[in-house]
Design a protein around this ligand. Structure first.
Ligand code: NAD
Length: 489
């Protein structure tokens, strides 16, 4: 199999680092072989990025000219949804229906930030002095290090590349080890859309080597990271040493709450989707479920029924709900957590095993699993499993419920199911979470900011915050009176 080329400083060529591969999690077959980037490649990419964003050809482009490139990228993505979705599914094993949605969301993200950069306005602060006019402008930061995880690469990569370029920066992207394919494809589309060379490089490689060299490079002026909380904390230390800003989109252990007046069918369906789509490999997975005791039995019955009906299988088979986990190592982590839950006194209501179907034997599949009988203090309720595992707990009292829902180092998302919006809003107000869904889950809009409270992150992506995150403000004072300033005579 031919070695895949990587995209360094506007050139397609083999990396100079170690050999790596992309494999299909459903059967372990090889998708591609490539040589990772080396530290020299990182240096070359960052230096080219620095030159490219400072070049008049980019610096003097007006927002609508930068927007044109993003619009072209959006169109190119829309023209090849199927191909891109298949590539993404090959890389990380997500069912096609999910990766199609992710591809369309990436096209929407490019379109949104194209529009955003055209309508962004500077500020004209209220005048405090008749003789001086003050203005505030937004300017780019420079070279952005973008680092992404494997679970939804096309979406998380576009959420960084599009606003950063729209704001006039250059981007060096290091995709996750397991999923280099879509990032390289995105580079191809940006090149095809006319992005000047050097403004985007894609450097597959190990986080501890290539990611580390990238974020430590003195010319990198911002770290935009999506991934685990421990890695995020480590990168925040590096950013603190360099005194550069970070955007950190990190882990979660999101609570979903069913109040006593909830519509059971609606809630059960939403909860099932909220935890088991993407086989639970989602930062926002609703992994802790609190149900009012009066609905506990009927809700659980329906939830188990729906879960039993979920189809596990090859991501390319129509109608499949859960594909494999990203790899066998990750599946073992999930199994270890399920065993831990049993040791802690948890009862498995459904799932908890590797599927018996011999056709799935080669893939890293795991059954959707529901556990009860644990308290929120159990490790499986406190630690992110990142797999299809739901822990269910009854509650009686709303104040205690809120205390438990908030008893987590994470604060990424939450869901509330209730027919009473006033009550749901009162609960939402008290939850420590960056996103709260009411009677829905995992619903997204690119115009709405996304990010975490507590150890789920710093900063926001999406919305106008998503582009301001890649800009810095410059204030200007213009004298209107032609008088010399300084000491009066
Ligand atoms: P991870 O932290 O292990 O890796 C993420 C990325 O960081 C990878 O590209 C990796 O190579 C890189 N990396 C690792 N060590 C590095 C270092 N020392 N320097 C620079 N880069 C380094 O996370 P993962 O296992 O790939 O992804 C799963 C995690 O991502 C989960 O915790 C999940 O909740 C989180 N996530 C968060 C969001 C969000 O928006 N909040 C979205 C998706 C995933």
């Amino acid at each position: 199999m031919e070695m895949l080329k990587i995209f360094v400083a506007g050139c397609w060529r083999e990396g100079r680092g170690e050999e790596m591969s992309s494999t299909f999690p459903a059967d372990g077959s090889l998708n591609a072989r490539l040589r990772a980037a080396s530290v020299e490649d990182v240096n070359e990419a960052v230096e080219a990025a620095e030159q490219a964003w400072r070049a008049a050809s980019w610096r003097h482009q007006l927002p609508h000219q930068r927007a044109t490139i993003l619009h072209r990228v959006s169109e190119l993505i829309t023209q090849q949804v199927e191909e891109l979705a298949q590539l993404q599914s090959r890389d990380n094993g997500k069912p096609l229906a999910e990766t199609r949605a992710l591809v369309l969301s990436a096209a929407g993200t490019a379109r949104y930030f194209a529009a955003a950069c055209e309508v962004l306005e500077g500020e004209l602060p209220t005048q405090r002095n008749r003789d001086v006019l003050t203005l505030s402008q937004y300017q780019p930061l420079g070279v952005i290090a973008a680092i992404t995880p494997w679970n939804s690469p096309i979406a998380s990569e576009m959420q960084k590349i599009a606003p950063a370029l729209a704001a006039g920066n250059a981007v060096v992207l290091k995709p996750a080890e397991a999923t280099p394919l879509i990032a390289l494809k995105l580079a191809e589309l940006f090149e095809q859309a006319g992005l000047p060379a050097g403004l985007l490089s894609v450097l597959p490689g190990r986080g501890s080597v290539i990611g580390e060299a990238l974020v430590r490079h003195p010319l990198v002026k911002k770290i935009s990271f999506t991934g685990g909380t421990n890695t995020g904390r480590h990168l925040a230390h590096i950013a603190a040493e360099k005194l550069i800003p970070t955007s950190l989109e990190l882990g979660g252990k999101s609570p979903t709450i069913v109040l006593e007046d909830a519509d059971i069918e609606l809630a059960a369906r939403g909860i099932c989707y909220g935890i088991f789509s993407s086989a639970g490999q989602a930062c926002i997975a609703g992994s802790r479920l609190f149900v009012h005791r009066s609905l506990y039995q009927p809700l659980l019955e329906r939830l188990c029924q729906l879960t039993a009906g979920l189809r596990i299988g090859d991501p390319f088979t129509p109608g499949v709900h859960l594909g494999p986990l990203i790899n066998h190592k990750h599946r073992q982590t999930v199994i270890d957590y399920v065993n831990l839950a049993k040791q802690e006194g948890g009862k498995i209501l459904i799932g908890g095993e590797i599927p018996a179907d011999p056709q799935l034997a080669q893939g890293s599949y795991f059954q959707p699993t529901i556990i009860e009988g644990l308290s929120n203090q159990a490790r499986v309720c406190q630690e992110e499993i990142f797999g299809p595992v739901l822990v269910v707990m009854p509650f009686d009292d709303q104040a205690q419920l809120i205390e438990q829902a908030n008893d987590s180092v994470y604060g990424l998302a939450a869901g509330i199911w209730s027919r009473d919006f006033t009550r749901a809003m009162a609960v939402a107000e008290q939850l420590e979470a960056g996103t709260v869904w009411v009677n829905t889950y995992k619903t997204f809009s690119i115009a709405t900011p996304f990010g975490g409270f507590k150890q789920s992150g710093l900063g926001r992506e999406k919305g106008l915050h998503g582009i301001h995150a890649y800009m810095q403000q410059k204030s200007l004072y213009l004298s209107l009176n032609h008088q010399p300033n300084g000491w009066s005579d």
